[in-house]
Design a protein around this ligand. Sequence first.
Ligand code: HEC
Length: 198
Amino acid sequence: MNNVEEAVPPPSDRNTPDPPVVHEYDGIIELDQRLPRWWVYTLFGAIAFAAGYWVYFHSFDRGELASREYGRIKAKEIAEEAERIKQAGTVTPEMLVMLTKDRGTVEQGQELFSQNCVTCHSEGGKGNIGPNLTDDYWLHGGEPMNVYGTIRDGFLSKQMPAWGKQLGEDRVRAVAAYVLTLKGTNAAGGKAPQGEKH
Ligand code: HEC
């Protein structure tokens, strides 16, 4: 209590104290102190750094932004995981969903699709002899495991070949992942829906 009172300059000095008083309330005063040098240098240093950072990363697009680096590392992890999964034991729905997230796998699937499937399902799965794979209607179910099973085992009596033996397990998984990415994209000029809405 006493200390606070002592800190208040006597009334005679109030008009020209050094440093000057900027606020006073209930005997509590705020003085206009000089900012410490280290504080000022830190502030201006931070501003200069921010300007340099902006120009380097955003204006000239040099260097790798944290978000992009994260994306790159994440994509690499997914790719490694996808490689492992394609060879791994029993297929699961989670595996197939995971594969749809890996660009490399989906591209591989797309490649396989244009080599083996477009004759009947048309470019991009729009449908021709075989049904449209880009709508929400499925003859044999639109769940990942349904799509995978249809591709692997086929429906020979209905002219859909079985691809399991011909392509091998890892490529059936890749092409299934690609087909799953088509689902619901409703390609323009696609064949009329067949089967049940899923
Ligand atoms: C010789 C023609 C032909 C080829 C080649 C073919 N399909 Fe099919 N596919 C069909 C037919 C016909 C059906 C519909 C079967 C039915 O009516 O039950 C079908 C059905 C499907 C279905 C199920 C669609 C649904 O509505 O449930 C999927 C998925 C599919 N094919 C994927 C593929 C993939 C992937 C390939 C290439 C690896 C492929 N097909 C190659 C003719 C073909």
